[in-house]
Design a protein around this ligand. Structure first.
Ligand SMILES: Cc1cc2nc3c(=O)[nH]c(=O)nc-3n(C[C@H](O)[C@H](O)[C@H](O)COP(=O)(O)O)c2cc1C
Length: 371
């Protein structure tokens, strides 16, 4: 129906979000590195995986829960860290934290989150994971880690696939900047999207809430190229909680991280926002699982658009799966209702996929599901 704003699948969320968001914000979220071929290749790779239906297995009682660092989760997916989520709607961070609290799933809190890491921990009922970028100043990183520790974070996610921010032509064309600046182009863009602009006007423009005051401003363009394995070792030494290394696509890097004592590796191409020519992250997942062995915790994100995709990532060796854009677009499309619908869609799709494969729970997913 023409005016139906219900989210029945990821494409619904993206389509409605595209209509509602300013062009600049839509392109910031949807955009990729370079030509976008890398993103397409990863999607093609995920879509080309075929699953083998099985019948008459009595799959009446199915469960959706997974295990993350030995703690049970209510759903088989989590929310990947995304900077400046409140650009979609002033309530976005709050809604994501609420979803995490309700289902006991992790919500990644970006270094450049638009709600402070302290508030996100509280709003998510302790289900938040703090994501750290290391820029030139290790001192800022140490202070952020200390804040995360003080508030009670158990999991630190170190993102290492942004030595320099990737060139994303769609962002550049729109003049997207962090901190966020409103020039004449943006003004016209926002005026053409009053449904988005009015609530933002009332609440004030989204800020990088972990910065300001003694922390100074976060400079998004600042190089993060100085990070190395010694730095990881240092962070490992100082952080006694769970340490996740996010943004790994090479089996050699995953092995190094495993040896250095990280608790998990997150296989990710940053949603294809960094290296256009990177191999499909879903292929890297299989190779890395082979390299690190069956028991080492591996997480996956990048290009997950449906419950079938989630099952495929588990079958390729993931112990847990994250998505980013589906949740942002869902909030832009329908606020709290949109987010609930998107999360329900993914959960139902996982459940129905398990039933089609003759399985009852995530633990039963193995490579035998491939057709
Ligand atoms: C708008 C946006 C902002 C992001 N910001 C961050 C960030 O601050 N830190 C980070 O580690 N990853 C960031 N990511 C990458 C996500 O954590 C994740 O790797 C990616 O979104 C997964 O791909 P998907 O969006 O296709 O699900 C961002 C992604 C998007 C779309």
């Amino acid at each position: 129906m023409f005016f139906d704003t219900t989210i029945h699948c990821y494409d619904d969320a993206r389509r409605i979000a595209k209509r509602r968001l300013p062009w600049m914000v839509f392109d910031y979220i949807d955009g990729t590195a370079g030509t976008g071929d890398g993103a397409r290749r990863n999607r093609d790779a995920i879509q080309s995986i075929q699953l083998q239906p099985r019948v008459l297995n009595n799959v009446e009682n199915r469960t959706m829960g997974a295990k993350l660092f030995d703690a049970p989760t209510g759903l088989p997916f989590g929310i990947a860290p995304m900077g400046m989520c409140n650009l979609t709607a002033p309530t976005a961070d709050r809604l994501l934290a609420g979803l995490a609290a309700k289902h006991k799933i992790p919500v990644g809190v970006s270094t450049v989150s638009s709600t402070s890491l302290e508030d996100m921990f509280r709003l998510s009922d302790g289900n938040a994971w703090f994501q750290l970028y290391i820029s030139r100043s290790m001192e800022t990183a140490e202070r952020l880690i200390a804040r995360a520790k003080a508030v009670g974070y158990e999991t630190l996610v170190l993102t290492v696939d942004v030595p320099e921010v990737g060139r994303r032509p769609r962002e550049l064309r729109r003049g997207f900047k962090m901190p966020f600046r409103i020039g004449p182009r943006q003004f016209i863009d926002f005026a053409c999207h009053p449904g988005w602009a009015l609530p933002q006007l009332i609440k004030g423009k989204p800020e990088m809430a972990n910065f300001g005051g003694t922390f100074g401003e976060f400079d998004r363009e600042e190089s993060r190229a100085g990070a190395d394995w010694d730095l990881l070792a240092k962070i490992r030494e100082g952080w006694t909680g769970n340490l996740v290394l996010k943004g790994v696509l090479s089996d050699l890097d995953a092995l190094k991280a495993q040896k250095l004592g990280v608790d998990a590796v997150q296989v990710s191409s940053h949603g294809s926002r960094q290296l256009d020519s990177a191999p499909p992250a879903i292929h890297a997942l299989s190779a890395i699982r082979q390299a690190v062995g069956p028991d080492f915790p591996l997480f996956y994100d990048s290009g997950i658009r449906s419950g079938e995709d989630i099952v495929k990532a588990y079958a390729k060796g993931a112990d847990f799966v994250f998505a980013g854009r589906p949740f942002s677009f869902a909030i832009a499309a329908g606020g709290a209702t949109g987010l609930r619908q998107m999360s329900d869609v993914l959960a139902q799709e996982v459940s129905i996929t398990l039933a089609q494969l003759g399985l009852r729970k995530l633990d039963e997913i193995t490579s035998s599901v491939f057709a």
